[in-house]
Design a protein around this ligand. Structure first.
Ligand SMILES: NC(=O)c1ccc[n+]([C@@H]2O[C@H](COP(=O)([O-])OP(=O)(O)OC[C@H]3O[C@@H](n4cnc5c(N)ncnc54)[C@H](O)[C@@H]3O)[C@@H](O)[C@H]2O)c1
Ligand SMILES: [Zn+2]
Length: 669
């Protein structure tokens, strides 16, 4: 019996650890927050009943995030906690009773919107933004100051009578408008859209290049002042002060004298939230008086003086009109449920994604079923169940299609993948267009002004069918297209012309050989002088190249065996596209670093990481991505964190500062 319970507890812990990792580190949760919270609660109850299985590492007693290897690690001077959750008024009333009992005096609350983003702690010294750190595991976080400085709502310089040194905490989030913008751009570049604003905001903060972060257009709201001394007696006053120093605080925060006022606030925002331009996942209720907060204190994971009330995802019932199938630009088939329009979470929903055949089978969908639709963390709502009572027994089960709805080719299903594909890569219309969109995208041939809509039009007019056709286009052919002005036509033509200067490795990525992404293309370009050399290589030879496995090798061979691809390559060559290595890619300055491996960590000030890595290569060395016994040199900038520690532990790795690295190259700085 107790063995069973122990196993159950351990399984739940393991499962929740995995979900934490998906959510906080990968920014790609696989279950809804509600489901996550249910499991956490189940674990909590089991642990309470069985204290013999206590573990301080359990997801019930730790904040779920972690630090990453990509930024300097900073210890939090004041620990960052999570919040206790409640999903109904009963839980909330229980919390209030506990608070009243502990304090035994009147209590006021502040109710605030619970912004759905990523938490941040920012240190200000003498009115200047000094350092911004993520919550991490609550004890230490990633120092991401340059990224946070790109957010215009976070002041670099305060005004008014601010204290000399304090921390301010808040949430970094994305407005729905900026989220849509990002996804529109991704779509134009042929990339998959991001799932939801929360995960995108959190993921954006982890980008290494702050110029790229700036483009994301993040927002911030600040909601907690922390220091060893407080310039006020209540949380509410602190918020007003923070505002006077220049911080963006939530306009909707409300001082509530009673729990009833709090409940009214919650009820109001449960529906009004859909009119906000950003996502909130609940309401946070805090005890206003700071000395009362101190009396209440903290549990292992959360303050006792605060409680989150989380909104449940709204669920509605509607009729399934029919299932249609979309063919993506990579040939992947997505089944889509077309629904009788219904109002859900403030928007009219007509479609829901069904993802793949397995999901349809799992739901056991029949034609014209009445289905339950929910809007969880995802952009597209999802079908979560069927109302069997309303099913007409005459209606047959949904049969998944066997052939491509766009080109009629028989679909294939790749082993251990749930998804069906149309294998007709070269002639299935969405795939043909997808390939051309990929060719012009920023990381490939970077042909500006040639967007996906224009490419679709050109394809419809039968002016282009593969990337080589771009080079035969004339301005006269472009001008009759819808919404095409003289100037934009000219820009497209010059953009195409300019792409002839794009280096070989990018062209190699752009021509769209399956499984050849940016990194593989770079590796190939390094090992083969020209496309002709690459074409001659056998699968066995290709596998000799670092990072090229059997799957990639076979795909490369198959690409060049195809006569249409051969023709396209010859045409690209005749137009002057770079199909062999230019001088810049293999520029060698010396071989002083031959057989030596390098890794850079911390904040570099003499050069950027990209430049440093390029220098290593130009002098015959190699960059590797992790600290291990195979590493010869770790070059450390300011605030190096876990990598430095690990290198010191291994003991045999030479640790250099930036100047010592330059000395090694014999380059005067
Ligand atoms: N779906 C999954 O796989 C998965 C995995 C892990 C966690 N989660 C979700 O994340 C939650 C746990 O995350 P958490 O520990 O960040 O807790 P939380 O999100 O429930 O609450 C704490 C956080 O709320 C934020 N917040 C927003 N507005 C605030 C305000 N006005 N005042 C104070 N804080 C405010 C802060 O960032 C704070 O750290 C779970 O409830 C779960 O729903 C989901
Ligand atoms: Zn097809």
């Amino acid at each position: 019996m107790s063995e069973n319970i122990q196993k159950k507890i351990e399984d739940l812990r393991e499962e929740l650890h995995q979900h934490n990792y998906n959510y906080y580190t990968l920014d790609e949760p696989t279950i809804s927050d509600f489901e996550f919270d249910l499991k956490l609660k189940e674990l909590q109850e089991l642990e309470e009943k069985h204290p013999e299985f206590y573990d301080s590492n359990s997801p019930t007693s730790r904040v779920g995030g972690e630090i990453t290897k990509n930024f300097p690690t900073v210890q939090h001077q004041f620990r960052m906690y999570s919040l206790d959750n409640s999903y109904d008024f009963n839980d909330l009333e229980d919390w209030e009773k506990r608070v009243q009992k502990a304090l035994n005096e009147p209590v006021e609350f502040v109710a605030e919107l619970k912004y759905d983003g990523a938490s941040i702690s920012i240190l200000y010294e003498n009115g200047k933004l000094k350092e911004a750190v993520t919550r991490g595991d609550g004890f230490q976080g990633d120092e991401i100051t340059p990224n946070v400085k790109t957010i215009s709502e976070i002041p670099m310089q305060l005004h008014g009578d601010y204290p000399d040194r304090f921390f301010i905490r808040g949430e970094i989030y994305l407005t729905r408008k900026n989220f849509d913008k990002i996804n529109k751009r991704r779509e134009e570049e042929g990339l998959d859209p991001f799932m939801n604003p929360r995960n995108t905001a959190s993921g954006s903060l982890k980008i290494q290049d702050s110029a790229e972060v700036r483009k994301r257009g993040l927002s911030a709201v600040l909601y907690q002042y922390i220091s060893s001394e407080f310039p006020a007696k209540t949380h509410w006053e602190l918020l007003q002060k923070a505002k006077s120093w220049g911080f963006h605080i939530s306009e909707q925060a409300k001082l509530c004298k009673t729990l009833d006022e709090v409940k009214a606030f919650i009820t109001h925002w449960d529906t009004a939230r859909h009119q906000l331009g950003f996502d909130i996942d609940g309401i946070v209720i805090k005890v206003n008086d700071l000395s009362q907060q101190r009396t209440l204190g903290y549990t292992a994971k959360s303050p006792r003086w605060a409680m989150a009330y989380k909104f449940k995802a709204e669920k509605v019932e509607t009729e399934l009109e029919k299932v249609t199938y979309q063919v993506g630009r990579t040939g992947a088939i997505t089944p889509v449920a077309n629904l009788k329009p219904v109002l859900l979470a403030g928007t009219v929903v007509k479609r829901a994604s069904l993802h793949n055949e397995d999901i349809i089978k799992k739901l056991g969908l029949h034609e014209h079923d009445f289905v339950f639709v929910e809007k969880g963390g995802e952009i597209i709502p999802k079908i979560v169940g069927v109302n069997l009572e309303k099913r007409d027994p005459e209606n047959p089960e949904i049969q998944y299609i066997k052939t491509c709805p766009e080109c009629g080719t028989e679909l294939v299903k790749i082993e251990d993948q749930a998804i069906h594909f149309c294998p007709n890569e070269l002639h299935c219309p969405p795939q043909v267009v997808g390939r051309m969109i990929h060719y012009v995208s920023r990381k490939a041939l970077n042909i500006e002004n040639l967007g996906s809509e224009t490419i679709e039009q050109l394809y419809r007019e039968k002016l282009v069918e593969n990337p080589a056709d771009f080079y035969a286009l004339t301005k006269e052919q472009l001008l009759p297209l819808e919404r095409m002005a003289e100037k934009s036509a000219q820009n497209i033509i010059s953009g195409i012309e300019k792409s002839k200067e794009i280096p070989f490795e990018k062209v190699l990525y752009g021509i769209g050989i399956k499984h050849v992404g940016e990194t593989v293309a770079k590796k190939l370009a390094k090992n083969f002088e020209s496309i002709d050399e690459l074409k001659k290589a056998t699968a066995a030879e290709l596998i000799q190249v670092e990072d090229i496995g059997g799957k990639i090798a076979e795909s490369i061979v198959a690409f060049f065996e195809n006569s249409e691809n051969q023709l396209m390559i010859e045409r690209l060559k005749s137009y002057g596209v770079q199909l062999e290595k230019g001088e810049s890619t293999n520029e060698v300055l010396s071989n002083v670093l031959e057989n030596k491996t390098f890794l850079f960590t911390g904040k570099l000030s003499l050069f950027t990481r990209d430049d440093a890595e390029a220098m290593v290569e130009k002098h015959g060395g190699k960059n590797i991505s992790a600290v291990s016994k195979n590493l010869n040199y770790l070059v450390v900038g300011e605030k190096a964190g876990s990598k430095l520690k690990k290198a010191q532990d291994i003991g045999i790795i030479e640790i250099l500062d930036e100047q010592q690295f330059l000395d090694l190259l014999g380059t005067p700085s």
